[in-house]
Design a protein around this ligand. Structure first.
Ligand code: HAM
Length: 403
């Protein structure tokens, strides 16, 4: 989560805090009254005055509501906002699927040009890398817009009606209410029956097509790899044009670690001006399960301070605090443990550098730094009472020298 936050802030996103409880109709008007999320999964109940309220199943609708109610559409017509926190969906819990889970999500409001979609997907790729899931795959599709989608929806519905006998009970209902969802039904007979179904990507109008092509072009130029997946439709109704999903490896059936897309009609549908939007959310638990190696180092301490005895405990505590206040991630070992045990602990924690504070170092007012990557010791590199910034810089040079 911290890695994601840092990347979001580097892209200029500011944090917004959202309520856990909202009016239920906020989600039926945005996510969609016939979506599974609203129809089957939302924790909705009647408040004392008869108003239906709901535990938020997602964050986009709340961001847009706050954006409109807070007058930001005028004050900040282009806004980049992010949020983190628990979401609630009434689902059958299983590995990777919980009734309460955590999202880190971001919304880029007020821009309808393809470069906003491309920048958003670059951000997604950078968060994946920072969180240690750089092997995740980004699937992309275009869902068209209010101009070209109705005719496609009708064509898909007609296609499904011809094969109604092979469809599951849910898909039979979806045929009229939400035919796009036929394409991501997991039931085998449905997948077979819709194998040669018409795809939205082949029915885009000229402006949706050129938007989509430009997004792909920009992503290629930025070196961000995406895979076209014409069957990917997303489970929330507010999307138009670009839709994407981030698929982690080795997660089993719940392998979407994140998803998002463009939602140009949503601000207007919730009572605001006609402003565009594009965003995404990651499921933090799934992202952590998918995290493999490299990025995990971002969460590991950069430094481990090993005080070799009780005398060293005090300068170790002081040094740790000074370095942390300068933004370093520091883990502090126990003076009661042998140095060997502390070195093992530092290795397990993934620390890049170990600062050893023992009697010799204290007598000289200096510390020994072990570079755990190059497995080399560097003595007398800095004085304990040097400025913290200087200490951090000196330690960084140990790594660069690789000696
Ligand atoms: P979503 O695809 O419904 O999109 O959820 C985003 C991510 O939340 C999923 O990819 C998954 O990792 C995680 N997630 C969803 N349900 C569960 C669950 N029951 N247990 C564990 N993790 C789960 C949205 O929520 C949109 N608001 C994203 C968005 C933002 N689109 C535009 N802006």
């Amino acid at each position: 989560m911290e890695a994601g936050r840092a990347v979001l802030e580097s892209y200029g996103y500011g944090e917004i805090e959202l309520p856990l409880l909202e009016k239920g109709e906020l989600f039926s008007r945005s996510v969609g009254a016939t979506s599974d999320i609203v129809e089957k999964e939302m924790y909705a109940f009647e408040d004392r005055d008869g108003t239906m309220v709901a535990l938020r199943p997602e964050g986009t609708a709340s961001v847009v509501r706050a954006y409109i109610e807070g007058g930001l559409t005028r004050a900040m017509p282009v806004a980049r906002l992010y949020y983190t926190g628990p979401m609630f969906r009434r689902e059958r819990p299983q590995k990777g699927r919980y009734r309460q889970f955590t999202q880190i999500g971001a919304e880029f409001l007020g821009r309808d040009d393809p470069s906003a979609d491309a920048e958003t997907i670059c951000l997604v790729a950078d968060i994946c890398e920072a969180a240690g899931v750089s092997d995740a795959r980004i699937d992309i599709n275009s869902l068209g817009d209010e101009g070209c989608r109705p005719a496609y929806r009708e064509a898909l519905s007609a296609f499904g009606r011809e094969r109604i006998e092979s469809l599951c009970e849910d898909c039979k209902k979806r045929l009229e209410r939400n035919p796009l969802r036929l394409l991501d039904c997991k039931v085998e007979s449905c997948a077979k029956a819709t194998a040669d179904a018409p795809m939205m990507i082949d029915h885009l109008c000229a402006s949706c097509r050129s938007h989509h092509e430009r997004v792909l072009e920009l992503l290629a130029a930025a070196g961000v790899k995406v895979e076209s997946n014409p069957r990917m439709v997303r489970g929330l109704d507010y999307y138009c044009r670009t839709a994407f999903e981030i698929i982690g490896s080795g997660l089993g059936s719940q392998d979407a670690i994140g998803g998002g897309g463009r939602y140009d009609g949503l601000v207007a549908a919730l009572g605001g001006p006609d402003l565009a939007g594009v965003g995404f959310a990651f499921g933090v638990e799934r992202m952590e399960m998918a995290a493999t190696d490299a990025g995990e180092q971002t969460r590991s301490p950069e430094m481990f301070i090993a005080p070799v005895d009780e005398v060293a405990a005090e300068p170790a505590l002081v040094l740790a605090r000074r370095l942390r206040r300068c933004g370093s991630r520091v883990e502090l070992g126990s003076p009661l443990r042998r140095l060997r045990a502390q070195m093992k602990q530092a290795d397990k924690a993934g620390a890049r550098y170990v600062i050893i504070l023992g009697a010799d170092e204290l007598a000289a007012g200096r510390a020994t730094v072990r570079d755990m990557v190059n497995n080399s010791d560097h003595t007398a590199l800095f004085a304990l009472d040097d400025e913290a910034d200087k200490i951090i810089e000196t330690i960084g040079r140990v790594g660069e020298s690789g000696a």
